[in-house]
Design a protein around this ligand. Structure first.
Ligand SMILES: C[S@@+](CC[C@H](N)C(=O)[O-])C[C@H]1O[C@@H](n2cnc3c(N)ncnc32)[C@H](O)[C@@H]1O
Length: 248
């Protein structure tokens, strides 16, 4: 006996066929871009050599237990972004994670696809390096960074706290008796950007990386600026201009 299908079912079938056709066409159109041949991929030994002689950056993961599960996930993503940027760089910095607990270590390793080029230390930086060589980067510092020195270790707080844990890094640096410094963002106020904001771990890392590459703060800032923030501030600038036009 011939099976009959309702009009509704016929419509659904047609829709499905159309959708499958479109999907196949899309797949055909999709051209796989070849990954750019970075120094890391071309000559890992040379990349390692450059990294070893360059500025040292530590992401301090000792705060992990103060973060919520969501914040922990964001932090891991920010670490992975930083790691990926460093891998792409011709002038990589020596990136280390310190104070990493077992579960975080495992989760970070799971996220990376082998070829691991980052040191993960369970120990804390204070037990690993001389105090004189350590500089804690924190927006609450009074001093500003002038330039990054190759023999110093610059520490970034492993925090995604939406400013919940106010002054936690400056207090830590002070209690450990180590230097602290903020990024010299205030000097570049004319860049339309509200730089009083505390930056995310990956943006701070990117700024260090780009400064090391270009040796120029405005360029480093421009390259590391979060696009969302840039767009917002540009819209705000446009609005301000309109307001000014109305009042003058
Ligand atoms: C999201 S912030 C964490 C803010 C946290 N409440 C604190 O007290 O540091 C992540 C880290 O990026 C670094 N950082 C953010 N903005 C900075 C700035 N303007 N200057 C220097 N370091 C900064 C700090 O190391 C900071 O711990």
């Amino acid at each position: 006996m011939e099976a009959t299908i309702s009009k509704n079912q016929q419509k659904k079938l047609k829709k499905r066929e159309l959708w499958q056709l479109k999907r196949q066409e899309k797949k055909k159109k999709k051209i796989r871009k070849p990954k750019p041949k970075t120094l890391f991929r071309l000559n890992r030994e040379e990349w390692d050599r450059r990294k070893a002689g360059n500025v040292k950056v530590i992401i301090d993961c000792e705060f992990n237990e103060l973060l919520t599960e969501r914040e922990k996930t964001s932090l891991k993503q920010q670490i992975m972004f930083s790691y990926a940027e460093n891998k792409k760089s011709e002038n990589p910095v020596d990136l280390k994670l310190t104070g990493v607990d077992d579960s975080m270590e495992q989760e970070i390793k799971n996220l990376s696809s082998g070829n691991w080029a980052i040191d993960i230390c369970k120990q804390n930086y204070i037990d690993l390096y001389e105090k004189e060589k350590l500089v804690y980067l924190t927006a609450d510092a009074t001093e500003e960074v002038d330039e990054f020195e190759k023999d110093k270790f610059y520490i970034i707080g492993g925090l995604v706290d939406h400013n919940r844990l106010k002054r936690i890094t400056i207090d830590k640096a002070n209690s450990q008796g180590i230097k602290s410094a903020k990024l010299p963002l205030g000097r570049f106020k004319d860049t339309k950007i509200d730089w009083s904001r505390v930056l995310a771990v990956n943006h701070v890392f990117q700024l260090v990386l780009k400064y090391v590459e270009f040796q120029d703060w405005p360029t480093a800032i421009e390259c590391s600026l979060p696009p969302r923030k840039k767009q917002k501030t540009e819209e705000e600038a446009e609005e301000n201009k309109n307001e000014e036009a109305k009042t003058t």
